[in-house]
Write a protein of this length. Structure first.
Length: 451
């Protein structure tokens, strides 16, 4: 029997009783209890991964463990003695030396840690690195999903799962093992881009003042507005100035005396497979150092050209503006240790959850990158190579030893082609296509340009 209204016409169907276990966000019904269960499961996976990494670091610790961190805490004393770029830390049997390769202001920043017991510093530094990874992943997830509330259960669960997996890729693993800065620099840049406040741009400044590669990520900072970029520039100028005032001679040596470009010659050499720069990869193929000659120029032009195509195609995508310039800079800089490639973290997340994430080709790229980065490729090649200073080697070692630059170039070329073929390339993360996020009932991300 059909229900009728007062006019004799058919009445609208009676609404279904509301489910007390769900509530509506936009057009999406959510189950808070299920969200909590998923969040707890993801948090458990992250804690388990962190604990496993702690065990891994302890079990695999050798005389080379945290070698870079030892240099950092020794640097304030070296700088005070005027021999910041002459002194070295000896590791292993004493035959391996690690020099200081950063501007003097970084040594000054490590002065408070240099007075603490090294065991305590090691724990604090490792915790800081893991925390920086988790924060970076959470904010990148926010940019990619358009969810501005970082306490969103879906966002937290996704970030926990990503962090648990990314903890084991080589750039992150090596950064933690060596006690490097890269995770903190990535976090500073991501926060500077994500935050709705222009003043947050100041965080990207010290990252760029400490290493050259993060300077490239200023493209993403600048995309948020001129004010934020000015804050970032101020954040770079101030620490450099302080370092110059306190250590004028050593600052002059670093910035004007050539120290800044001598890193590859002072640590491990160009030939070692641990150096994943374009120069090192081409040199291992050529059997000798190609320097910055015609072969390097051709390779650099190909990388920069393909990167320009990708940036032009996704020019409004903040995550693209973070990883593309920084990853290319990591390849072009002559010192390309794996931790310098920490900018592959946003690349992997963008490939899987960005505008092309539903495509089979993007998924295949993610799988290939994870296989290459999670496996001990570099470690195995370091074991089988004859010497850190011998360029000539079997072809298979040269090919496998160029995994990062080859993978980056392949990814950039593929994305430039996919971008032309797929209309979804106009979708952007963060402030992207609001219509697509609205259709999914997802709130838009943090405000766009700061002006």
């Amino acid at each position: 029997m059909t229900n009728t209204d007062a006019d004799g016409g058919p009445s609208a169907p009676a609404p279904r009783p509301a489910d007390p276990t769900t509530h509506r966000i936009g057009d999406v019904l959510t189950d808070p209890a299920a969200d909590r269960r998923r969040a707890v499961l993801a948090a458990g996976a992250l804690l388990l991964s962190v604990a496993a990494m702690g065990v891994f670091l302890i079990v695999t610790a050798s005389d080379y463990y945290l070698g870079d961190l030892r240099v950092f805490v020794s640097a304030p004393g070296w700088a005070a003695d005027g021999r910041l770029y002459e002194a070295v830390t000896r590791t292993g049997d004493g035959s391996v030396t690690i020099p200081y390769l950063y501007p003097p202001w970084v040594a000054l920043a490590f002065a408070p840690l240099s007075v603490l017991p090294f065991a305590l510093v090691a724990v604090l530094w490792t915790v800081a690195g893991v925390t920086a990874l988790v924060v970076s992943v959470l904010l990148l997830s926010s940019l990619l999903s358009g969810r501005s509330a970082v306490r969103d259960p879906h966002l937290l669960s996704s970030a926990a799962w990503w962090s648990a997996g990314l903890l084991w890729i080589a750039p992150v693993r090596h950064c933690l093992y060596e006690g490097q800065l890269s995770l903190l620099l990535l976090c500073a840049v991501v926060v500077a881009v994500w935050s709705a406040r222009p003043v947050a741009g100041v965080l990207a400044g010290p990252a760029a003042a400490a290493k050259i590669v993060p300077v490239a990520a200023f493209a993403a900072v600048g995309s948020r507005g001129r004010g934020r970029l000015l804050w970032a520039c101020a954040g770079a100028v101030v620490p450099i100035t302080v370092g110059w005032v306190v250590f004028p001679g050593q600052s002059r040596d670093y910035f004007l005396g050539g120290v800044i470009m001598e890193g590859a010659d002072r640590v491990g050499g160009v030939a070692t497979v641990a150096n994943q720069s374009l120069r090192a990869a081409l040199s291992r193929f050529a059997g000798g150092d190609v320097g910055f000659g015609p072969l390097w120029i051709a390779g650099a032009a190909l990388l920069i050209g393909s990167a320009a195509l990708v940036v032009a195609r996704f020019r409004h995508d903040r995550v693209v503006l973070i990883w593309v310039p920084a990853a290319v800079a990591a390849a072009l800089f002559p010192l390309g240790w794996s931790h310098q490639w920490i900018w592959l973290v946003p690349l992997l997340m963008w490939l899987r959850t960005g505008p092309l994430g539903d495509g089979r080709f993007a998924r295949a790229l993610v799988v290939l990158w994870f296989i290459g980065l999670a496996g001990p490729v570099i470690e195995v090649l370091l074991f089988v190579q004859r010497s850190n200073y011998v360029y000539a080697r079997p072809l298979w070692q040269s090919v496998a030893g160029a995994a990062y630059p080859i993978g980056l170039l392949t990814t950039l070329l593929a994305l430039s082609v996919i971008g032309r073929a797929d209309h979804r390339a106009t979708a952007v993360s963060g402030e992207g296509d609001r219509r697509s996020t609205a259709a999914r009932g997802v709130p838009s991300g943090p405000a766009g340009s700061d002006g």
